[in-house]
Write a protein that binds this ligand. Sequence first.
Ligand SMILES: Cc1cc2nc3c(=O)[nH]c(=O)nc-3n(C[C@H](O)[C@H](O)[C@H](O)COP(=O)(O)O)c2cc1C
Length: 421
Amino acid sequence: MKRVDDFRLRLGDKQYVPIMIGGMGVDISTSELALEAARLGGIGHISDAMVQDVSDRKFDTSFVKEKTKTYKFNINNMDKAVVQFDLARLAEATALHVGKTMEAKSGPGLIFVNCMEKLTMNSPKETLRTRLVAALDAGIDGITMSAGLHLGSFALIADHPRFREAKLGIIVSSVRALQLFLRKISRLDRLPDYVIVEGPLAGGHLGFGMDWADYDLHTIMDEIHAFLKAENLDIPLIAAGGIFTGSDAVSFLEKGASGVQVATRFTMTHECGLPEKVKQEYVRATEDDIIVNGVSPTGYPMRMLKSTPAIGSGIRPGCESYGYLLDATGNCSYINAYNREVLANPDAKNVVVMDKTCLCTHMRNFNCWTCGHYTYRLKDTTHRREDGSYQMLSAEHVFNDYLLSVDNQIALPAKEEAAAA
Ligand SMILES: Cc1cc2nc3c(=O)[nH]c(=O)nc-3n(C[C@H](O)[C@H](O)[C@H](O)COP(=O)(O)O)c2cc1C
C-alpha cells in the first residue's frame, strides 16, 4: 500500500515532499507554520492578506496607525473613495513579512506567498503589482495567485528579473477557469509552474456558487488532467480541499496529481496563528456547526463555523484603517449593507447586519472562523483533556502523519504530561 512519502513533487529540476500547506489569511498560516513545511521538505505558504496589520503585530511597525491617522477625517463618511494605500508603505510591509520569513528558512523545502486577487484595496492593479513585486524582491520562492481569476497578474510582473525563476502558480476550481487563464497569458510565453485545483470542501472562500455540494474534487481533477493531456501541457496539478488523511492524498497522487494542498488539519497546531480559544472552537465543532454562506463582501461563498462572531455583527466599516476589500471605485458591499441598516434603524445604538460582514476587521481580530468542511473531524486527530479541551499538535506531527499514514489511519500525538499538581 502506497503512502505519500512514496511520491515526490517535481518543480523545475528539483523534487519536494508533495505536501503544500495552504495559505490561510490573515496570518493563520504563520511564518512559523510555513517554515516547518519547508524544513520538512514540503512547501509552506504565508499569506499577504492585511500585510500592514501583520507587520505591525510582528515587527512593531505602525502602518495601520498611520493610515488611520491620515484618513480619520473620513470615518463617518460612507464614501470611501478617498481611502488609498500608500504603495511605498505597502511594499515595505510586504518586504518585512516576506523577507523575515525567508531569512529564517531552513531545510530543503520552499516558502510561497498566497496573494488573493480579491484584495482589491481601492486600486486593484497597482496594489497587486506592488504586493507581487515586493514579494519577489524580498526573495519569496514562489507566489500562489488565489481568490480571483488573476487573468492579468502574470503580466503585472512580466518585466521583473525573477519572473521566470520564481515559482508562480494559480488556484482554480474548474477546467474553464484554467482555460481562461492560459488563454490570457499565452503571449507571455510563461506557463504556471503549478496549478492548485481546489474543490468544494476547502476552507476560506470557495470558487463555486451556493451549489458547491454538487461538485467533487476527483471529477474536476479528472477533467483538468484530460484537458492538459489533450493540449500536451505538462503542468503539475496540486489537489486541494477535504484531503484529510494521507490515504486521501494518495488517492489523488495515484491518479496523477503531483501534490496536495492541505490546511484544515494544521489549524490545530501550535504554529497556526489562530488564538488558542478559537482553535478549541474548531476542534469542538460538529458537522452541523459548519456552514457555507454569502456574508463575505468578496461575492464568493465562504465556509465558516455558524457560531462565528462575524455573522450579524453590525460594526462600522473599518476602511480607514484597513480597506483591503474596497473595489476600484472605493466601494465594498458591507458598506452598503451597513448603511441600509443604519438608515432603517435611525434610533438604534447598534445595528445588526446579517447579509454581509466587515471581513477586514473580523479576520484581523480572528472573529471570522472560516474553516474547511472536515473541521468536525479534527477531534479524531488528538486527545481530549479532562477539562474538555483538546490537546494541540505540532505541525511536524501533522505533516508526518500525512506523509506516512496508510489505510486512512491518523496517528495520535503522544499524550501531554498532566500539569504538575
Ligand atoms: C482557516 C482557513 C483559512 C484559509 N484562508 C485562505 C486564504 O486566505 N487564501 C486562500 O487562497 N485559501 C485559503 N484557505 C484555503 C486553503 O489554503 C486550502 O486550499 C484548503 O483549505 C485545503 O483544504 P483543507 O482545508 O480541507 O485541507 C483557507 C483555509 C482555511 C482552513
